[in-house]
Design a protein. Structure first.
Length: 94
């Protein structure tokens, strides 16, 4: 996340040009705290983020109550975030 301060001018310029959706980076941590930093920065510059959250990969079976409870927690963490656009689940699934 050390790159965020250097990204502000670029993000502002890109958003000003109409590019307003940010995708997770290669090697993204998937941590809520890192995603929140990105969504805050994005919202401040007129953009929104697709977030990959590591907890999806760590969640128990989503058809079971424990998995559904984890899903509810993840959704609640992003629900009202103005810089959040949606979830990123996978790229090129096997």
């Amino acid at each position: 996340m050390r790159l965020l301060p250097r990204l502000v001018p670029a993000l502002s310029a890109l958003a000003g040009a109409g590019l307003n959706v940010l995708l997770p980076a290669w090697g993204d941590s998937g941590r809520l705290q890192d995603n929140r930093r990105r969504t805050t920065l994005a919202a401040a510059n007129g953009a929104r983020c697709l977030a990959w959250d590591l907890r999806f990969d760590l969640a128990p079976d989503l058809t079971q109550p424990a998995g559904q409870a984890m899903l509810d927690l993840i959704v609640a963490d992003y629900r009202d975030d103005p810089g959040f656009l949606g979830y990123y689940f996978t790229d090129e699934p096997q």
